[in-house]
Design a protein around this ligand. Structure first.
Ligand code: 6R9
Length: 645
């Protein structure tokens, strides 16, 4: 029986949504989507108001349109409309990699910077519909660049600063960007990242790019190509400080964001203007229970969807104060997050389970030496959070006071879909709990049969849907239909597996492509991992399937021990027995490999594809490892592969 954490009375008093509101709004959102979203669409400013709300079909030639006859501008919604009331209020608190560097940027200042860059971009010939690739570190100019694109009607494609020149080139070529906005160098954990040099290398194979704008961040030595490259500060100083925002149709594209699927090249997920902004701002307000003046910090990078929706668009559309952090959680030491919370009096803190687990490994002392009294609400995103990490986050970071919102969503969904609302939902550690307004999750079996009640299945979403959903894969609408709507006819298939309990709560078990079939029994890798990391000596674990003569698939576990623990045969037996105890004999790992590190993307996701290959003794086709945070981890894992040969 899972622990239950009721809504704290103190929290409920001021919460924007209570249980009654949740039920009423949810019921209406699925029974009368036109009425519900017609009303909530008004939370943003429209130049020409919409008369149509929803026009969605998940069948046939999939077509998703919201507010299609309305017009608006996203940047005007995030900036101009706040100027009168909160022009002098902070929009962005920027915290540098170096703890001595930080600044506050007001809505008025941000507006002026965005106008200047918009004019500069138009001066370079950027027009509505053009693609602009942004390859920047976590500096204020990243938000300025996004908003300037939105302002002139250009479609931005942000490529995470940690991606290699090859990965960058592929993403520029796929959407034919005419402009790249980058910086001389990035700065993370005291180390420099050669962004401009990477752009130069990438552009050797990209013919569409006419201009490169370079922000000076470190002043490092870089090469500027005459006629192609210009300095950001030169262009913006010369440009006018006001700009008339372009009138965009609700269904005009806002951005493309590349995301890796289980196969093939990354997909360019396309989001549009009106529905996305309504959904990002609405979820930001209600999921984080955002009140006027709250200091809100999402630790993601703008290179990921979480940074798009919950550092920039959602918060700024709401006139919020959003903190943007350039650094990493462990620099100068592993208490950095909590120090920043104290320094800026953060009220709402949103991070990823992988960060929690790695900080948990460093011990409580580093957390306890900070105050964290300002914190009111905590959030989690990106992967299933194991109950162990959840409980630590709740007890140690939140001092048993702050509710945790475990938010499930995807790049494709644009915003949070399954999540507790802290004033309405009793929490269960490890469960993303209930659907947000408009979201209709279904559990479906392998044959496509919709399952009722408390069951486990493939997580699908049914119409009517929510306005923030992706509209297509850039340049490949057929692949869009194929990838998401063909497995189960008429439904959006998330690629995730989930369990629904007797209370109707959802427990995301991980990607279905990561599910292992052991002796005909399905086993969520996340479930086994969760059991392993619940062991006091285990810091992190990743589990994959591998071919097994008798069982079909066996369970292969990569285990990282906490500092100071040594691998041994006794410990191996202990862990196997532990998992048997936690889940059952069916879940016993067949092989445990001690791994000092796991291959992770720079956003912290474990690359199970690589782990599966190693577990299968198949090293020839490991694929691209350049996007890993530390590619040498892979060599070590191969050298120490169990039962080699
Ligand atoms: C927002 C984001 C999406 C995949 C998704 C799922 C996993 C995200 C989760 C979660 C369990 C959560 N995921 N949040 N799993 N609980 N709270 O991460 O987007 O990078 O596209 O990843 O991440 O497997 O399908 P994206």
């Amino acid at each position: 029986m899972a622990d239950l954490f009721p809504v704290p009375a103190e929290f409920a008093k001021n919460a924007l949504i209570n249980e009654k509101t949740y039920q009423e709004w949810y019921d209406r959102s699925v029974k009368d989507p036109d009425g519900f979203w017609g009303e909530h669409g008004k939370r943003i400013d429209w130049i020409k108001p919409y008369t149509k709300v929803k026009n969605v079909s998940y069948s046939g030639d999939v077509s998703i349109k919201w507010y299609e006859d309305g017009t608006l501008n996203v940047a005007a919604n995030c900036l101009d409309r706040h100027l009168e009331k909160r022009g002098d209020q902070t929009a962005i608190i920027w915290e540098g990699d170096d703890p001595n560097e930080s600044k506050h940027v007001t809505y008025r200042e941000l507006h002026e910077q965005v106008c200047r860059l918009s004019n500069a971009m138009e001066g370079l010939g950027v027009k509505k519909g053009d693609r602009v690739t942004i390859y920047l570190p976590m500096i204020v100019e990243a938000a300025v660049a996004m908003l300037a694109c939105a302002r002139v009607g250009a479609i931005h494609s942000i490529v995470f600063g940690g991606f290699s020149p090859d990965a960058l080139a592929g993403r520029i070529q796929d959407c034919d960007s005419s402009l790249v906005i980058t910086a001389d160098e990035g700065l993370r954990g005291g180390r420099k990242v050669p962004l401009k040099a990477n752009v130069d290398k990438a552009l050797e194979t990209c013919w569409s790019v006419k201009n490169v704008i370079v922000v000076k961040r470190t002043g490092g030595n870089i090469h500027m190509v005459t006629g192609r490259d210009s300095w950001y500060h030169d262009l913006t100083e010369k440009a006018a400080p006001t700009h008339k925002p372009a009138e965009m149709s609700a269904e005009d594209p806002l951005f493309i964001l590349y995301t890796s699927g289980s196969t093939g090249k990354p997909k360019g997920v396309l989001h549009t203007t009106g529905g996305y902004l309504v959904y990002a701002s609405m979820t930001h307000q209600y999921v984080f229970d955002y009140h006027e003046g709250d200091i809100y910090w999402c630790t993601a990078d703008v290179g990921w969807v979480t940074g798009h929706s919950y550092i920039v668009y959602g918060p700024l559309a709401n006139g919020a104060i959003t903190l943007m952090f350039e650094g990493i959680p462990t620099y100068p030491d592993a208490s950095r997050f909590w120090q920043v919370c104290d320094k800026h009096q953060v009220n709402i803190f949103y991070t990823a389970p992988t960060a929690i687990r790695s900080l948990m490994r460093e011990g409580e002392e580093l957390v306890k030496k900070t105050s964290r009294k300002s914190l009111r609400l905590l959030g989690s995103v990106g992967e299933p959070i194991n109950p162990e990490a959840w409980l630590w986050y709740h007890r140690v970071v939140g001092d048993n006071r702050c509710p945790i919102v475990d938010t499930w969503w995807q790049t494709e969904t644009g915003g949070i879909l399954i999540t507790p609302l802290a004033g309405a939902t009793a929490l269960k550690p490890g469960s993303a709990t209930r659907p947000f307004f408009g979201v209709k999750p279904l559990m479906v079996d392998a044959e496509g049969k919709v399952l009722e009640g408390a069951v486990e299945g493939n997580l699908c979403l049914a119409e009517p849907g929510w306005p923030g959903q992706m509209r297509t894969i850039y340049g490949d609408h057929e692949r869009f239909g194929q990838t998401y709507f063909s497995t189960y006819k008429g439904l959006y298939f998330t690629g995730d597996g989930a369990r629904r309990d007797a209370d109707g709560y959802y427990w995301i078990t991980g990607r279905v492509d990561d599910v292992i079939n052991v002796s005909g029994h399905r086993m969520g890798t996340a479930e086994v991992e969760s059991a392993l990391v619940a062991h006091p000596k285990v810091a992190e674990a990743a589990v994959v399937g591998y071919p097994h003569e008798i069982k079909g698939q066996g369970i292969y576990a990569y285990v990282t021990l906490i500092q100071g623990e040594e691998p041994s045969e006794d410990l191996r037996k202990e862990l196997v027995a532990w998992v048997r105890k936690e889940i059952g004999p069916i879940a016993s790992p067949d092989l445990i490999q001690w791994s000092p590190g796991l291959p992770k993307t720079r956003s912290g996701k474990i690359m199970r594809r690589i782990l599966r290959k190693i577990a299968e003794n198949d090293y020839g086709t490991l694929g691209d490892t350049s996007t890993l945070a530390d590619p040498t981890v892979v060599d070590d894992l191969i050298d120490n592969r169990m039962n080699r040969g």
